[in-house]
Design a protein around this ligand. Structure first.
Ligand SMILES: [Zn+2]
Length: 159
């Protein structure tokens, strides 16, 4: 394990106050997601102790969106989530998050993930495929939809 690796903190790190020490960073949007007083206080304390508020560049954001579309997670990710992922990609850091969609995209992209609660997905999720034109859902990916012939087939979460 590298000791100088960046740790990118998602909301759970502030709620649970659980995360690795060392180089820590987050995005400015996290401010709006931290609602309770205790977490806000902790967030302010961390900022005085060196928590960096960083803005990922547009290329990283586009890259992550592409990855998230490939895994089928894009629809459920907020802008904050996307930026957390983009920062993780940019700094090649470890992402600290309890969000399964964030975890999934991180793993898919080969990034390290630590969960605050201990709940962590074990492997990249399996997906089903949905035709965006007629909404047909199938287990196997195909180039074109068997029903309507559309080529817009997207990965979706298997329920
Ligand atoms: Zn179709």
């Amino acid at each position: 394990m590298q000791t100088d690796v960046w740790n990118i903190l998602d909301t759970c790190a502030f709620f649970t106050q659980t995360h690795p020490d060392g180089k820590i960073a987050t995005v400015k949007e996290i401010d709006e997601e931290i609602v309770n007083k205790q977490s806000k206080q902790y967030y302010s304390n961390l900022k005085t102790k060196g928590l960096k508020i960083l803005e990922p560049n547009k290329n990283s954001i586009d890259y992550v969106k592409e990855k998230a579309e490939e895994t089928g997670d894009l629809d459920v990710l907020s802008l904050t989530d996307i930026k957390i992922l983009a920062l993780g990609y940019e700094l090649q850091g470890t992402i600290i998050s309890d969000d399964f969609a964030i975890q999934n995209v991180s793993l898919y992209d080969g990034l390290e993930v630590i969960s605050c609660s201990g709940k962590k997905i074990k492997e990249i999720r399996k997906w089903k495929y949905r035709c965006s034109a007629c909404k047909l859902v199938t287990d196997e990916k195909s180039e074109t939809c068997n029903i309507c012939g559309s080529g817009d087939i997207f990965r979706i979460k298997a329920k």
